[in-house]
Design a protein around this ligand. Structure first.
Ligand code: HEC
Length: 180
């Protein structure tokens, strides 16, 4: 990765943190998380058999039903997330963020969204060497890869054009970097 690229990524991570409005006490954890998300170049996500991208023929309607069944209880029936999702609860764990355009799901490449859903937050970050106590469970035992892609296709289908374009570009960049 070039220096310029690293700088750009760090700047992006800082912007994300500002948007989250993270309280000073939570910044340490969030920085660790941000660093893994933005610089993760090692670990299981680096050498997949093939690129982790939403398949062109993903079933959006099927994904919508699965979302209602498996994700809505925490992320909201309308993808609105939990109240005060930017502030950790008394246990130090962050609430579930929205998956609509007001959240940060669209800031992340397809591969990361997939791994986060399949492995859960703690495990997805652990493979990148980051210890993070996440409230996001893994769905590997309950959903097939195909079903996870369908859910992600549904989530993405709800975003406005601009957010979709940004997220597509991010996925492309992640593939070019060999991180996807
Ligand atoms: C038991 C509650 C719970 C359920 C059910 C749940 N999540 Fe989460 N999820 C969370 C929490 C809490 C976070 C934020 C903590 C973190 O980032 O690790 C999160 C974070 C995420 C993230 C990373 C943040 C982002 O917006 O990119 C993704 C992706 C995600 N969830 C997808 C899903 C999908 C898809 C489903 C359904 C298959 C689902 N979640 C079901 C609690 C849940």
């Amino acid at each position: 990765m070039t220096e310029a690229r690293k700088r750009a990524r760090r700047a992006e991570a800082r912007t994300m943190l500002r948007r989250r409005g993270a309280a000073a006490a939570t910044v340490v954890g969030v920085v660790a998380l941000g660093a893994a998300w933005w610089t993760g170049s090692q670990g299981a996500m680096a050498q997949p058999q093939e690129n982790l991208v939403v398949p062109a023929d993903a079933n959006i309607d099927g994904g919508k039903s699965l979302y209602a069944e498996f994700c809505a209880s925490c992320h909201g029936a309308d993808l609105e997330g939990q109240p005060d999702w930017q502030s950790p609860g008394p246990d130090g764990i962050l609430p579930a963020p929205p998956h609509d355009e007001t959240g940060h799901t669209w800031h992340h490449a397809d591969g990361l969204l997939f791994q986060y859903t399949k492995l859960g937050g703690r495990e997805a970050l652990a493979v990148q060497g980051v210890a993070f106590d996440s409230g996001m469970p893994g769905f590997a035992g309950q959903l097939s890869d195909r079903e996870i892609w369908n859910i992600l296709a549904y989530i993405k289908s709800t975003w406005p054009e601009r957010e979709r374009e940004v997220q597509t570009a991010r996925t492309q960049a992640s593939i070019s970097d060999g991180r996807n």
